[in-house]
Ligand binder design. Structure first.
Ligand SMILES: *Cc1c(COP(=O)(O)O)cnc(C)c1O
Length: 468
């Protein structure tokens, strides 16, 4: 065992990589590819930075996986967790029992949620929370006397998790191909993706058209069979798809018209990401159910759940036993971490900062990247941002020349980011970031400069390969 420059007691990188390859099945990973390079060992985090086992410093533009809203290295969360573990590491909430952090967090979430939400159902993850949505929507309509209203409509390219129900609700074709998904009773419509599908239309008209696909689908299935529509306010894993302003109000109108429940999957957009506690407020969604996870604990400890509107909660609570729940529903340690995380967000006014200061600054700085020869669009919403790599620019958006998707230019760009200490994710030709909400103006400058530097390297590379 050799000593490591960052964490002295760490075994050396090669030994770790060998053990990793021998024993660790990674999520969403091509293992042949992983083993050919070896995994990168992340050993420490502080603020917006990570360090790997070779001592290399990395700017984490993705907040881990859209979750570390308050940044790394928050010892007060570690202390809250430690204290709770000493006092009561676990107890369940099944048999008419409860625990202090779960109750306190429920009350806090009711205070932070949009109007009309007084209840929370806890899970261990975002996927489990969306499974809960499927069961709760169906239970609700059963109790209301409409047992046929079990169909849930979602969107292509949506991400709602990776359990059977979560992956079915999601619209990722690569996930549906494995395991015979979607499960019955879940159908999909198109996504509000203006850059891809809005050719020849204004964004406003396209937003109305994309929302209209929901009405068409409801009529096709029969309104008496549709229980709910689910959508992320902004599609995250699908590539930061920011819908036109007209989209959500029209979706809301259609759901009301046919009495279809509206589920906002706020696993990414909750807890300040868009400069509001919940993205539903920004877009005027007025949902009946809200999925949360990730930012609720800033990822320090796993926790997810569903915020349940008064309309649904009343029916489900009055209807006798809802035969659903998890061993870790309301886990005291996870709830203690969430309470401290939320306290930090409030104390440091991170939601207000993103809304009024750092969010607008990121928008302005990120937009400057659109001048780069490789960049077609560069857009942000709060603290999520995406840019499209294009082969040729044009005055009109839809006239820009696209790269052949088979070339994998996004992955080439991601490689240059990775090698230069910047974590930016590639979704096809779309490069995305969602930095920790603690990032200040100077760090935004640092990140944008780093992205520009890596875009230059990508351009040289793409030219050398003859792709332009
Ligand atoms: C990450 C994510 C999920 C799944 O959450 P897990 O905790 O990974 O199960 C669900 N919905 C959205 C929008 C997500 O981004």
């Amino acid at each position: 065992m050799t000593t490591n420059p960052v964490v002295p007691e760490m075994p050396d990188t090669l030994a770790l990589q060998a053990q990793d390859a021998a024993h660790y099945l990674h999520p969403f990973t091509d293992h042949t590819q992983l083993h050919s390079k070896g995994s990168r060992m992340i050993v420490r985090g502080d603020g917006i930075y990570l360090w790997d086992s070779e001592g290399k410093k990395i700017l984490d533009g993705m907040s881990g996986l859209w979750c570390v809203n308050v940044g790394y290295g928050r010892s007060s969360i570690a202390q809250a967790v430690h204290k709770q573990m000493d006092v009561l590491p676990f107890y369940n909430s099944f048999f008419n029992t409860s625990n202090v952090p779960a109750v306190q967090l429920a009350a806090k979430l009711a205070e932070l949620a949009p109007p009309g939400f007084q209840h929370v159902f806890y899970t261990g993850s975002g996927s489990e929370a969306n499974d809960t949505n499927v069961r709760m929507v169906r239970r609700y309509w059963d109790l209301m006397g409409y047992p046929d209203r079990h169909v849930i409509i979602s969107r292509r390219n949506a991400y709602h998790g990776s359990t059977m129900a979560g992956a079915s609700l999601g619209g990722m074709s690569g996930m549906h191909e494995q395991g015979g998904l979607p499960i019955p009773g879940i159908v999909h419509i198109g996504q509000p993706h203006y850059f891809d599908d809005g050719v020849g239309m204004t964004p406003e008209d396209f937003g109305l058209r994309a929302a209209g696909w929901l009405e068409k689908k409801i009529l096709e299935i029969g309104a008496d069979k549709v229980g709910a529509f689910i959508g992320e306010p902004i599609q995250g894993a699908g590539g930061v798809v920011i819908p036109p302003d007209t989209y959500w109000p029209e979706i809301r109108r259609i759901c009301r018209k046919y009495d279809v429940l509206l589920i906002a999957d706020e696993v990414i957009t909750g807890f300040g990401r868009l400069g509001r506690w919940f993205g539903s407020e920004l877009f005027g969604i007025e949902p009946d159910l809200i999925t949360f996870a990730k930012g609720v604990t800033s990822g320090y400890v796993p926790l997810g759940g569903v915020l349940v509107s008064d309309r649904v909660a009343k029916v489900v609570m009055d209807g006798g036993e809802f035969t659903h729940g998890f061993t870790y529903s309301g886990h005291p340690v996870a709830c203690a971490a969430a309470l401290e995380n939320i306290r930090i967000i409030e104390e440091e006014k991170l939601v207000e900062r993103v809304a009024e200061d750092t969010g607008p600054y990121l928008r302005q700085r990120f937009a400057s990247l659109a001048a780069h020869p490789l960049v077609g669009v560069a857009e942000t919403c709060g603290f999520v941002a995406g840019l499209n790599l294009v082969r040729g620019k044009a005055a009109r958006l839809h006239d820009q020349l696209r790269f052949d998707p088979a070339l994998g230019v996004g992955m080439v760009c991601r490689g240059h980011m990775f090698n230069n200490g910047m974590i930016m994710r590639a979704v096809g030709e779309r490069m995305i970031v969602a930095p920790p909400l603690v990032m200040g103006r100077a760090q935004i400058d640092e990140m944008v400069a780093l992205i520009r530097f890596c875009l230059d390297r990508t351009l040289e590379d793409v030219e050398a390969r003859g792709w332009i």
